[in-house]
Design a protein. Sequence first.
Length: 286
Amino acid sequence: MGHVSHTALHEGSSTMSDNANVIDQSTPSIARVYDYLLGGKDNYEVDRAVGDHFKVNLPGSVAIAFSNRQALTRAVREMAEAGLTQFLDFGSGLPTADNVHQVAQSIDPDARVVYIDNDPIVLAHGRALLATNDNTTVVHADVRDYAAIRTDAEVTRLIDFDKPVGLIFSAILHHLNDDENPQAVVSYWVDEIATGSSVFISHFRSGDNAETVEAESTLQSTFGRGRWRTDAEITALFADLAVREPGVVAAARWHQVDDDSAPAAPADRELSVWEELIVAAIADKR
């Protein structure tokens, strides 16, 4: 997620491989397809082909992407306004408007943000976008490699785990299949963070309908991953954390705000079947 100087921005990151800058333009990338659906330009023909499949055959895909992004913005603002000053954003993807560090630092200019992603194009943008921001960095790592992320030099430079942290799993855990144990990923970090921390999760919701089946099939055939889960399964990811009201609900509806900076759907508007397929929630460590 990502300008350059700021040499601490990853030259010594322990989770970066020598191939971190090699961008494969022949294989679609989840981050780049998502970028395309959001109207971004950091994608290739192979990504647009997948994105166009979603747009044509699953026309609500764009609504899902925007609903999720707006819910993320509201979540970061809410956590920052509650006093959180440090954030770990897992599977952060490519930059759009109102990135996590922009929202958090608009509330507290000293807020610190670490983006985690395993796509080399995200790393490249990180080096470009964040060169002049010493309180924000991007680490090239796989969300499943949580122990390496925890000891990464950039993570330990910016995040003090003795103080509350905002953990962000925005549209990432549904890209982990059951055998990759997304619950273990969340549980590891919950054990690491201090009391007073908060965890935001957004996730594809199983609608038990043709749209869900088709979307899941497309992700599995394209990326070899993608798991729609029920509300109960998504709630279970939070384990013993205290899930805030209203619980796991459609991202388009989650936590309405009084301004229009990241609008939620009005309570009296009926959501489309697509908007119901991405949900969000925040939970707290008490």
